[in-house]
Design a protein around this ligand. Structure first.
Ligand code: 6SY
Ligand code: ZN
Ligand code: ZN
Length: 244
């Protein structure tokens, strides 16, 4: 069965209408949660998806809209389901995720590491890993904020899912023209000066054949004002299921 993607949310860090930009990737036999932000537990609840149906979580980087739901998810798994969630995480994110984000709430009763709550599967950038027979993911490090590691995903050697990142036209061209990338799910900042994100104006400067492969996500609450102004690029919609 081919891959399907359902976004629990498609909003940027401060968006209220569209929830955090977190997605469920379905292979038919395996379900991966890509990022688990503050709104992820509520979004799963509203969709009627129990935590038990999530086989693994993968995080792209450490910001609240991407990891802020991990405490609730792991506590509920521990105390109500009795199972540790599988967590795919780039090796350089392990320490900061525990020491700087989760330890304050979850360090208790002798629990003092990420492994006390998760089945941790460490990833290395540039080394693809097969999560199940028809799902392979390669992490590609992409610039976001100086000093903060952030990793985009290259799925099954043909679909690019951007983490939060600044505009990287050479990477997008290399993926499309040299690696056969046929779909790009890309974050976008609609207003203001980008700085730590990729702006709509920057994406509009890409060649038309690349724009035609892009769907937009991680946008602000003003999204509707921009419908019709994004060229060939379409906004991903929350909850809709897309074939990848
Ligand atoms: O140097 C900085 C650092 C952060 N921020 C904001 O904080 C948000 C954190 O989540 P995000 O990465 O989805 O989006 C970020 C931006 O909205 C910023 O504008 N400039
Ligand atoms: Zn974000
Ligand atoms: Zn971020």
């Amino acid at each position: 069965m081919s891959l399907r993607l359902q976004m629990l949310g498609t909003g940027g860090a401060f968006a209220k209408k569209y929830y955090n930009n977190n997605g469920l990737l379905y292979t038919g036999e395996f379900t991966l949660l890509i990022d688990c932000g503050i709104t992820a537990p509520l979004a799963l609840h509203q969709l009627g998806i129990s935590l038990d149906r999530v086989d693994a979580i993968l995080i792209t980087h450490i910001h609240g809209d991407h990891v802020g739901g991990l405490e609730e998810l792991a506590f509920r798994m521990k105390y109500t389901i009795g199972r540790k969630p599988v967590l795919y995480i780039e090796e350089r994110l392990v320490k900061p995720l525990w020491e700087n984000t989760l330890k304050g709430g979850m360090g208790q009763d002798g629990a003092d590491s990420l492994e006390d709550y998760f089945e941790v599967r460490r990833l290395t950038e540039g080394h693809p890993i097969t999560l199940c027979p028809n799902l392979t993911i390669e992490l590609i490090q992409t610039p976001h904020i100086p000093g903060k590691n952030s990793f985009s995903l290259y799925i099954n050697d043909e679909v690019f899912y951007s983490a939060d990142m600044t505009f990287q036209p050479e990477l997008l061209q290399q993926l499309v023209y040299r690696r056969g990338c046929r779909k790009i799910l890309h974050e976008v900042q609609l207003t203001g000066p980008g700085e730590v994100h990729t702006t709509l104006q920057e994406l509009l400067s890409l060649p038309k054949d690349i724009r035609a492969k892009i769907s937009l996500m991680h946008y602000g609450d003003e999204m509707e004002l921009f419908v019709g102004q994004t060229g060939e690029m379409q906004f991903l919609k929350q909850h809709e299921i897309y074939m990848l």
